[in-house]
Design a protein around this ligand. Structure first.
Ligand code: NAP
Length: 299
């Protein structure tokens, strides 16, 4: 039993947003281009609307310009691709995201690959992911980038540690495993990437110094799967009904927080952990997009 240090995404993301807001002020003073992030939202999914609204609000907070492009659930793939082309060619927009998931009749891979790599602030384009693997400067996928920044902020030791990632999605688990294995800080871990075909998962998680849980199953990680003194980062977000809340629901993660926390040296909560960091990373990537465009135009 120990008193864990709570890895607060709210604290870290507030600091990042303050730094970005200062940078925007400096850009204004030198008469530069104010960063502008656009978000494309297809359909009326409640969770997606909440995420997109939070992203737009964060832009306003730091002084970025923002646009929300709302499109109907029934939009064809061709029409959506045309909209993406318009955003690619719009000089006022430095970066944009297409909120996932998309309706079933639209191929997400096609959409992701249609976004200009220069405006790919979600970091999902193959060019961004390829650069990440090669350790070249690039837009890092927003959620793994946020986790790296949390580990850095709390000075969590990573070198030589065994990091176990649960989940191998293209947007979280896989890029996370690559970042944790990089020859830098945070990184230099020995990484095990686990998924639904992994045998004896508990034997593996019990060896983890750092556990990054992105499985998408509410409270999946229980205390008996965690070694004493581990660092646990919970990526999951689930809405569960709760009549005591005004909204009618509350958020929980992929980790059974109350029983896992006493075993940990560091643990991130849900809400208030990885979620706010994902948004902060998106803002960081948008700032990087402006700098990259400036550099490209000066060449
Ligand atoms: P996903 O695409 O559904 O991937 C889930 C992964 O978990 C898959 O790789 C799957 O393996 C693996 N898995 C399923 N059952 C397993 C088992 N029994 N043992 C080991 N691995 C298993 O999920 P995602 O998009 O990465 O998201 C994960 C969670 O994070 C969700 O709750 C999501 O809402 C949340 N999320 C949060 C943020 C944020 O900003 N906080 C951002 C993104 C996602 P297979 O590949 O074999 O199917």
């Amino acid at each position: 039993m120990c008193q864990p240090i709570i890895v607060s995404g709210i604290e870290v993301s507030d600091k990042i947003k303050q730094d970005i807001a200062q940078e925007v002020e400096a850009i204004k003073l030198r008469g530069g281009k104010i960063p502008h992030l656009a978000a494309v939202l297809v359909g009326n999914d409640g969770a997606s609307q909440t995420y997109v609204n939070a992203k737009v609000k964060a832009c306003e907070l730091v002084g970025f310009g923002s646009s929300l492009v709302r499109l109907p659930e029934t939009i064809s793939e061709t029409e959506l691709l045309k909209e993406i082309e318009r955003l690619n060619n719009n000089d006022n927009i430095d970066g944009f995201i297409v909120q996932l998931p998309l309706p079933k009749h639209i191929d997400e891979q096609k959409v992701t690959q249609a976004i200009s790599p220069l405006k790919d602030v979600d970091g999902f384009h193959p060019v961004s992911l390829g650069k990440m693997v090669l350790d070249l400067p690039s837009f890092l996928p927003a959620t793994p980038y946020g986790i790296v920044e949390m580990l850095r902020h709390y000075n969590i030791p990573t070198e030589g540690k065994h990091c176990v990632v649960i989940g191998r999605s293209h947007i979280v688990g896989s890029p996370m495993s690559i970042l944790m294995a990089r020859n830098s800080y945070p990184g230099n871990c020995t990484v095990t990437l686990t998924h639904s075909r992994t045998k004896n998962l508990k034997e593996i998680t019990l060896q983890a110094d750092i556990l990054i849980v992105a499985i998408g199953k509410p409270e999946f990680l229980t205390a008996d799967m965690v070694k004493d003194g581990a660092t646990v980062i919970d990526v999951g977000i689930h809405r569960i009904e709760d009549a005591t809340k005004k909204s009618g629901y509350r958020l929980i993660g992929d980790v059974k927080f109350d029983e896992v926390a006493p075993k940990c040296a560091f643990i991130s909560p849900v809400p208030g952990g990885v979620g706010p960091m994902t948004i902060a990373s998106l803002l960081k990537n948008t700032l990087l997009a402006v700098e990259t465009h400036d550099y490209a135009s000066q060449k």
